[in-house]
Design a binder for this molecule. Structure first.
Ligand code: DGJ
Length: 727
């Protein structure tokens, strides 16, 4: 619920367990009062400690006010020396701004963000507050937009800037999507760091004076750092502690930081990274900043996680597959890499179909003359040496075996060794006169140029229409460098990176509109573009190129901290694992992949008979537990990345009738006793029956004494326990 108190000039956004409060001070400044556990409607302005310091009372110390007050949307250049949320420059080079309150509206429903992914909801589900601020000198209007959702402890923010001047251009040089000024409570900063094949590992650090945080300047959200941070009170656990989670619905450069100031207050900022960002607003033009989501939990990380899961499942992912079962796929990447032909793929499909696998995905290498990763990106026509007669005979053959067919593409890229590049060497993002930096021997197409965008979209469309293709894996295997677009004038070059992201979004929007039943899986060299922005277009994203079950424990734990299990691409692959060389039981690989979309990525014709024979059981498990895993409440019970010994998580059906516990052990140890895993979030006073052993446990016993993890043996063994409520 959103309310405005006319008398006190305060805005209050209430969610089931949190309140977010700010007000208008001195008739003009937006000052933040409170964000935390839900409270009543009393006057909170004293929390800002601005009495007697307001410029109307002490003009000679206006600077102290601006540099101390907890600001709702701070600007730079007029006295607030902390990191700013907004910076703008005039044509004459001046860089100061002041934003004064003008008016506001509170309405039912949720606004769409032009050209950008964003959460959505009906009038019955959401409420939106728009506060209009103005810089009377720059003639800039800033509309701060806040929405809350029925039943969820989330506040989402975005903003729109409009140049109201009749004759002057303004350049936005910094525009954060959210800002939070709060007193430090010995908070720790949690972030998700990584690398290729090691994405989204959880890392926590103390906050020191000055600025600390994460960001990307790579043109995508990146393997290395992730558009998510959380402030956690000291000793936060899964079930206890104050947590403020911040997630950015954007797939390009971002920054997320916490600044501890001289008075021990923390300012959190999240938005587009100002690196190489300078957006020109001509008179009358507007700019919309992407959405940031804030989730508050007073019950530790677990409640934050489940709020993000519900919000993203119900109000961000749009695909018709969102809550539905996905076909169990087998992908040929780790099976064959570039070395395949129709016959090989059909032999995989044949073995797969016998064991209940439902879709064959042909990965990289089917087009141009691509026999390795040095050529042919951009030449999206079939290599008939590998696939004689084109896609149709292959797809028909796969369909005849009862399997669906999916395909891989990397539409944003071009290989210097390609017909496309030879015809249009000027279509890449590159600086005139400088040889562009290659990465994986490829360059990035400048999708901000209409002719390049059209050509690229037509290539994607032509491929998808050429056969019965029901799934697309959209890959992106390099990051952006050599930032220059031949399609932009000099004073708009700072717009390139954001325009690039908008162009990708526009293409994916066109894709899902023209092919509404296509199952789209985004990917970027593994999980470098695993972010809420891409989830708006695809219900699943390839989580990591590391398919080793044990490495995946860390990667999937970090990913599931924010994202629902329904969107984590996870496959059973062959051993020794191609990335880390580890050997794990086939059963364990299945259990870990079951916590995601579930599929296979191996040469089913070559694996051992023993492993092959386990596939029907895994397929049956997926059909049995898939709905629970996709749509249930996720609880993290133990962390292998913290204890180095074992991992455990559970998913509980929303109505509490069913629970699936997954336990995975690290290296085996001699002479150890049974471990008990304590469940979370159960309704008190009810009982559950272990479907396998028939043993009945009270819910308190499961939560406070624990579930025995016995009958495990050998390194990396694992176990599923399915509990059914007995009424
Ligand atoms: C990177 C992806 O993450 C892999 O799964 C695979 O599709 C390769 N690209 C193909 O080049």
């Amino acid at each position: 619920m959103i309310t405005f108190c006319e008398e006190r000039k305060t805005f209050k956004l209430d969610t089931p367990s949190s309140s977010y409060v700010f007000g208008i001070e001195d008739d003009r400044y937006l000052v933040h009062y409170y964000y935390g556990r839900r409270i009543g409607n009393e006057d909170l302005s004293y929390l800002a400690r601005t009495e007697g310091t307001r410029p109307s009372e002490r003009l000679r110390e206006k600077n102290s006010f601006l540099d101390f007050a907890p600001m709702e949307y701070p600007v730079s250049g007029t006295g607030d020396y902390r990191p700013a949320a907004f910076e703008a420059q005039r044509e004459d080079g001046t860089c100061s701004a002041e934003l004064y309150y003008v008016n506001h509206t509170i309405e039912k429903g949720k606004l769409k963000l032009e050209g950008l992914p964003a959460t959505f909801g009906s009038e019955a589900e959401c409420e939106t507050l728009t506060v209009c601020l103005e810089d009377p000198i720059l003639k800039l209007k800033v509309f701060l937009v806040y929405s809350v959702f029925e039943g969820l402890d989330a506040v989402v923010r975005s903003l729109r800037v409009e140049n109201g001047s009749k004759d002057s251009n303004v350049y936005i040089t910094n525009i954060m999507s959210t800002c939070l000024d709060i007193d430090n409570d010995d908070y720790k900063l949690l972030s998700l760091h990584g690398s290729w094949a090691r994405e989204r590992n959880i890392e926590t650090r103390s906050i020191a004076h000055g600025t600390q945080g994460v960001g990307s300047i790579r043109g995508e959200s990146s393997h290395q750092e992730h558009p998510f941070i959380a402030l956690c009170s000291n000793n936060t656990t899964q079930t206890t502690g104050d947590v403020y989670g911040f997630s950015f619905v954007y797939s390009g450069n971002f920054t997320a930081s916490a600044h501890l100031d001289q008075f021990n207050k923390v300012r959190v900022l999240m938005g587009i990274n100002p690196y190489h960002f300078r957006w020109k607003l001509e008179p009358g033009e507007q700019f919309t900043a992407p959405e940031a989501v804030m989730v508050y939990s007073h019950e530790g990380l677990g409640h934050m996680t489940r709020t993000f899961h519900d919000l993203y499942r119900e109000h961000l992912i749009r695909s018709p597959y969102r809550a539905k079962e996905r076909p169990i796929l087998i992908n040929n990447w780790e099976a064959t890499y570039f070395n395949f032909d129709t016959e090989k793929l059909l032999s995989i499909a044949k073995e797969a179909s016998k064991r209940g696998i439902e879709m064959l995905v042909m990965d990289d290498g089917w087009f141009g003359v691509r026999n390795d990763d040095n050529s042919s990106l951009g030449d999206w026509y079939v290599n008939e040496k590998k696939l004689p007669g084109g896609l149709k005979p292959l797809v028909d053959g796969v369909n005849a075996l009862g399997l669906k067919f999916g395909i891989w593409m990397e539409p944003e890229m071009v290989s210097p060794d390609s017909d496309l590049y030879r015809a249009h060497p000027d279509w890449t993002i590159s600086v005139p006169g400088r040889t562009p930096t290659r990465s994986r021997n490829q360059l990035v197409l400048d999708l901000t140029r209409p002719e390049v965008w059209e050509h690229t979209w037509n290539s994607v469309k032509t491929v998808l229409k050429s056969a019965n293709i029901e799934y697309l894996k959209w890959d992106m295997n390099r990051q952006l460098t050599d930032l220059y677009s031949a399609g932009l004038p000099a004073d708009r070059q700072g717009e390139l990176l954001h325009r690039y992201v908008l162009a990708v979004y526009r293409m994916q929007e066109t894709l899902v509109t023209e092919f509404p039943n296509l199952l789209l899986e985004n990917c970027s060299g593994g999980g470098a573009r695993f972010d809420p922005g891409m989830l708006y277009y695809s219900p699943q994203i390839w989580t990591s190129d590391d398919t080793d079950a044990i490495e995946r424990l860390k990667i999937q734990e970090g990913t599931a901290l924010v994202y629902p299990l329904s969107c984590m691409g996870a496959h059973v692959s062959d051993c020794p694992n191609h990335t880390v060389g580890r050997v794990t039981p086939f059963k364990t690989r299945g259990h870990v992949a079951l916590a995601g979309t579930f599929g296979y990525e191996l040469d089913i014709t070559k694996i051992s008979e023993g492993d092959r024979d386990l596939i029907p059981t895994q397929v049956a498990d997926y059909h049995k537990y898939g709905d629970l895993v996709r749509n249930g409440d996720y609880y993290r019970l133990a962390s292998f990345s913290e204890n180095g010994k074992f991992d455990a998580w559970m998913v509980q059906k929303k109505d509490g009738s069913e629970i699936l516990v997954t336990f995975v052990k690290g290296l085996n140890e001699a002479n150890t006793k049974v471990r008990f895993i304590k469940l979370q979030g159960l309704e008190p006073g009810v009982s559950y029956k272990d479907e396998t052993t028939g043993r009945v446990y009270g819910s308190e016993v499961l939560m406070y004494a624990g579930l025995p993890m016995d009958s495990l043996n050998g390194d990396f063994d694992s176990k599923l326990v399915h509990l059914l409520r007995v009424d």
